[in-house]
Design a protein around this ligand. Structure first.
Ligand code: NAD
Length: 470
């Protein structure tokens, strides 16, 4: 049976070769301005869609869905000329007479597959990088957040001809069909297991991939940490999007000596931010809901199983299955063989484990896959340096969580199991560009002609000279 998306892919290829390749930086910027204008004019539509999807608060939508996209656009509008400018490189002495430079060319046809947790941001921000780099794109938003999906369909239909950018809706079946086709680049944001499926499909055509994946993000709180500050930042970072974030703190390793004090501060910080009584907390508008019943069941099972394995509930563990509500929950005494430690939680649960020495904490972290984010709470420069030097991660924040994602001047991405490639700003532009190396030789005499065969004594001397002190 013919692939239902073959035709649109072919139309995009024709459009790319015959129209997009010829467009200027000015034209790309004009498109980005149109995207920005549309988002600003339709802000209330986006806010409503995300509230209808999973009760995401308007404040969170503004700060974590709309603002990062607008920042990406502003960054590109300001810097695109620099990013796209040819880069001259030095000429080694044995190539004297030639000149070399690197140009950034659009990759061409891009498949952008997005998850549900920040469904607007994580579909549109990569599209901004794709446009900045001069590409076509097919967007595949998540099927779980249907209201947001429909806003994206409308936005793209109003802004672009389908042969330039289009949206394909659907789930596993449609994504599988899209992945069968030959793309010039696949930009996937989602879970590591689906990331593997994407990479396998890409290997059939040797298509380059950018994989923005997830994983478990450990936090180390050492003896020297400021506990009040640490607790406030942990609670806020954990509960953005109700813990349904790829950079959400996953488990806290806290030094034995300060664990009791940290727990007191966590309770205080939580009450101050989200309320005291069960009713107050459940009705707090800042708490997004778990996205669907499947994830509700998955998270409650993680909590129940860790309690069976000996974990204590410090805060929370109240649920309402009618609206997928799980109250923010802090668990103590979890073990490294529990599923809550092994799996990405992706929900409002913060488990604690204690350690006696930094080496012990490092060994717990290093037995697992490299995280997307690793967080350090410490006042000791020595400990911080030691932890960074002896671990791997895509990103790290010191005395903070989560906000490295919105620092647009930093590259964002994982390390192996947590991701391949980088996004945001110039790094996003690079992900959608092919760095083409250009060497321009002079005509007539060249240094390389000095060693053309047949060889003789003089030519052997030249080769020895060129390779002297290699
Ligand atoms: P997911 O991997 O289940 O789905 C992502 C996309 O892939 C969706 O569009 C979905 O339709 C599609 N998909 C799902 N199963 C598929 C299959 N078998 N074959 C082909 N396509 C399939 O991820 P999710 O549940 O939407 O999002 C949560 C995950 O995404 C978490 O692991 C989280 O850490 C990760 N994430 C990473 C980042 C990042 O920037 N690194 C950002 C957000 C989320």
């Amino acid at each position: 049976m013919a692939n239902p998306f073959q035709e649109i892919r072919n139309k995009q290829q024709f459009y790319f070769e015959n129209t997009l390749r010829k467009t200027s930086i000015f034209e790309r910027k004009q498109k980005l301005k149109q995207v920005k204008k549309w988002i600003k004019a339709n802000e209330s539509l986006i806010i409503k869609a995300l509230y209808d999807d999973f009760k995401k608060s308007p404040e969170e939508v503004r700060i974590a869905e709309i603002k990062p996209v607008i920042s990406e656009i502003n960054d590109a509008l300001k810097n695109l000329r620099d990013w796209a400018a040819p880069e001259r490189v030095k000429t080694p002495f044995y190539l004297l007479g030639s000149t070399s430079h690197i140009i950034s060319q659009p990759k061409g046809l891009n498949l952008i597959i997005a998850p549900w947790n920040f469904p607007f941001n994580l579909t549109i921000a990569p599209m901004v990088s794709a446009i900045a780099a001069g590409n076509c794109a097919v967007l595949k938003p998540s099927e779980l957040t249907t209201n947001c999906e429909q806003v994206i369909v409308r936005m793209i239909a109003e802004l672009f001809p389908p042969e330039e950018i289009t949206v394909i809706t659907g789930g596993v079946e449609e994504t599988t069909q899209l992945l069968e086709l030959k793309w010039d680049h696949i930009f996937f944001t989602g879970s590591p297991p689906v990331g593997k499926t994407v990479m396998k499909a890409a290997s059939n055509h040797l298509t380059p991939v950018t994989l923005e994946l997830g994983g478990k993000n450990p936090i180390i709180v050492d003896k020297t940490a400021n506990l009040k500050d640490t607790a406030q930042k942990l609670i806020w970072g954990k509960l953005i999007n109700n813990g349904q974030s790829c950079v959400s703190p996953n488990y806290v390793l806290v030094h034995t000596k300060i664990k009791a004090k940290l727990i007191v501060e966590l309770e205080k910080a939580f009450t101050n931010m989200y309320g005291e009584t069960k009713e107050e907390i459940e009705s707090n508008n800042a708490l997004t809901r778990v996205v669907n019943k499947r994830h509700f069941k998955r998270i409650t099972a993680l909590i129940d199983n860790s309690i069976k394995q000996g974990a204590n509930v410090i805060i929370g563990n109240d649920t309402n299955s009618e609206n997928n509500y799980i109250s923010p929950t802090i668990l103590d005494n979890i073990t490294t063989n529990s599923a809550i430690f092994k799996d990405e939680i992706f929900g409002p649960v913060l488990p604690l484990m204690e350690f006696q020495s930094i080496d012990e904490a490092l060994s717990i972290i290093n037995k697992e896959e490299a995280p997307l984010a690793l967080y350090i709470f410490s006042s000791s420069k020595k400990n911080t340096k030691n932890i960074i030097k002896n671990t791997s991660a895509g990103t790290t924040a010191i005395n903070e969580t989560t906000i490295q994602f919105i620092q647009g001047n930093l590259p964002f991405g994982g390390n192996g199991h947590s991701g391949i490639g980088r996004s945001h700003g110039k790094y996003g532009f690079n992900a959608f560009s092919n760095e083409r190396a250009i060497l321009k030789q002079r005509r007539g005499f060249t240094t390389i002609k000095l060693i053309y065969p047949p060889t003789n004594k003089f030519k052997r001397f030249i080769v020895r000279f060129m390779t002297w002190r290699m």
